[in-house]
Ligand binder design. Structure first.
Ligand code: ZN
Length: 181
């Protein structure tokens, strides 16, 4: 299955709330496969459909060697908070400390339309929250405190990829790291 170009900050699809999955068909399973392949190629710990230009409520994750996907997620978050570095494949090379719930229970559907419940903590919980935000048109920089967000926006504006089309052939600039989502 083909690896898809990853949409970058500034692409309107990343600010568009995604539509619920209504048809769990072959096309959806191809989308899940494309997301999985693109995420593993990047490499990243998670990828949401809008990041490859598809405005549907689907994301994948790759955390602790476990691959997963979820459609139409609804999250239940713990009161306990984690704080740590977070990055985004759509905002290359930049990472900032981001507060997230420590644990999450995510209800949704698998690619066959069967109801599933995913429970995660730490990085998996962070990935699920980050990817669900993507489905609502929210980026992790929106979650930063005002001062850090200002620094993040400055770094984005100064990044060499900002305002550029993605290169025809992606040579991954990323070192293998768990934090790219
Ligand atoms: Zn992201």
């Amino acid at each position: 299955m083909p690896v898809q170009p990853i949409r970058l900050f500034g692409d309107p699809v990343l600010r568009t709330p995604a539509a619920p999955v209504e048809t769990f068909d072959k096309e959806l399973r191809k989308l899940v496969q494309d997301l999985t392949d693109t995420m593993r190629d990047a490499p990243g710990s998670g990828l949401a459909a809008p990041q490859i230009g598809v405005s549907l409520r689907v994301f994948t994750w790759w955390v602790d060697d476990e691959l997963g996907h979820l459609c139409n997620p609804v999250l239940d978050l713990s009161d306990e908070i984690q704080d740590g570095e977070e990055g985004c494949l759509s905002i290359p090379d930049l990472a900032f400390d981001t507060k997230r719930a420590m644990r999450v229970v995510a209800k949704g559907f698998n690619e066959h339309g069967e109801p599933v419940v995913v429970e995660g903590s730490e990085l998996l919980a962070r990935a699920i929250q980050h990817e669900t935000d993507h489905l609502d048109g929210i980026l992790f920089v929106d979650r930063l405190d005002a001062e850090t967000r200002k620094a993040a926006m400055k770094a984005i504006r100064e990044a060499e990829w900002f305002g550029e089309q993605p290169p025809e052939v992606r040579v991954s600039p990323h070192t293998v790291s768990a934090r790219w989502l």
